[in-house]
Design a protein around this ligand. Structure first.
Ligand SMILES: NC(=O)c1ccc[n+]([C@@H]2O[C@H](COP(=O)([O-])OP(=O)(O)OC[C@H]3O[C@@H](n4cnc5c(N)ncnc54)[C@H](O)[C@@H]3O)[C@@H](O)[C@H]2O)c1
Length: 269
């Protein structure tokens, strides 16, 4: 078998439909481009209609398959109608990526109840509702892949991120629960936990001299992560190559959790 044919057999997403929330964001849009390049039809779902349509046009320009669907994960009716719209359009949903998420950095004692409720509602309850709506499609077809976008805050908490960290740890807990409950339906569930990724949202941090130094000191690879760094693992988890992988957390953090930059030592490799 030629290399290209073998790789296609292992990782091609041709014929698969991906429902992707948070598609219009910095990480989401790059993952959607990657999934479409690997052959998937990507249902781009987000509150940001204008960005969705731009992304859809970009993907279609490359001859990829995509459609735009407005969703507000805070609103159950919106979730129900969006999932139905995608299901009716394609007839099946093979992969779900829960990527919609927000954060607000502030100390634990400063967090107002409204802020707590909003972060919890978008990051955790939103993923819960979307998954409850999509999972019956997967059960019916006796196959599916759920990919929850977590954060390295599940293992290493940055100050001022308590609620965010709780939601991302909760998403990892959902991942494990789904893997245990739904293995019998051939549904796998995994979590991708990005480290410090440079997106339009985090540019201010990366342009801040002290904060960017703080972060680089904690990244073994000594550079920010980019959305493109996350595409490979997302394709793996969406593809049939990962069919025996479930309940796992994949960290894409350039060696952040493993220890970051080492302290100076005398010997050289
Ligand atoms: N940027 C990082 O360094 C980083 C690190 C770890 C994890 N993450 C996670 O990756 C995901 C994407 O982050 P990003 O940096 O691309 O952020 P982003 O703000 O660029 O993208 C988030 C997307 O979610 C959408 N969204 C927000 N509220 C919504 C709602 N109520 N309903 C539907 N969509 C909604 C936004 O419109 C946006 O397109 C998030 O879950 C985030 O927590 C990001």
């Amino acid at each position: 078998m030629a290399i290209a044919e073998y790789l296609k057999h292992m990782f091609s997403l041709e014929g698969k439909v991906v429902l992707f929330t948070g598609a219009a964001g910095g990480i989401g849009s790059e993952l959607c481009r990657g999934l479409a390049r690997a052959g998937a039809a990507v249902a781009l779902c987000d509150v940001n209609k204008e960005q969705l349509e731009k992304l859809q046009a970009e993907i279609e320009k490359e001859e990829g398959k995509a459609s735009s669907h407005v969703i507000n994960v805070l609103d159950k009716d919106s979730v129900v109608s969006c999932v139905k719209e995608v299901g009716d359009r394609y007839g099946h949903i093979d992969v779900l990526v829960n990527c919609a998420g927000i954060n607000k950095r502030e100390g634990f004692m400063d967090v107002k109840e409204e802020t707590y409720d909003r972060i919890m509602a978008i990051n955790l309850k939103g993923a819960f509702i979307v998954t409850q709506e999509v999972a019956p499609y997967m059960k019916k077809q006796n196959k599916g892949s759920i990919i929850n976008i977590g954060s390295h805050n599940t293992g290493w908490v940055l100050g001022g991120c308590s609620i965010y960290a709780a939601t991302k740890s909760g998403l990892y807990a959902f991942t494990k629960a789904q893997s245990v409950e739904w293995a019998k339906y051939n549904i796998k569930s995994n979590c991708i936990s990005p480290g410090h990724i440079q997106t339009p949202l985090t540019t201010v941090t990366w342009e801040h001299p002290e904060r960017s130094k703080y972060l680089l000191d904690r990244i073994a690879m000594n550079r920010p992560g980019y959305p493109a760094d996350i595409v490979g693992v997302c394709i793996l988890l969406a593809s049939d190559a990962s069919d025996y992988i479930t309940g796992c957390e994949y960290r894409v953090d350039g060696g952040c959790i493993s220890g970051g930059q080492p302290w100076p030592y005398d010997t050289e490799f």
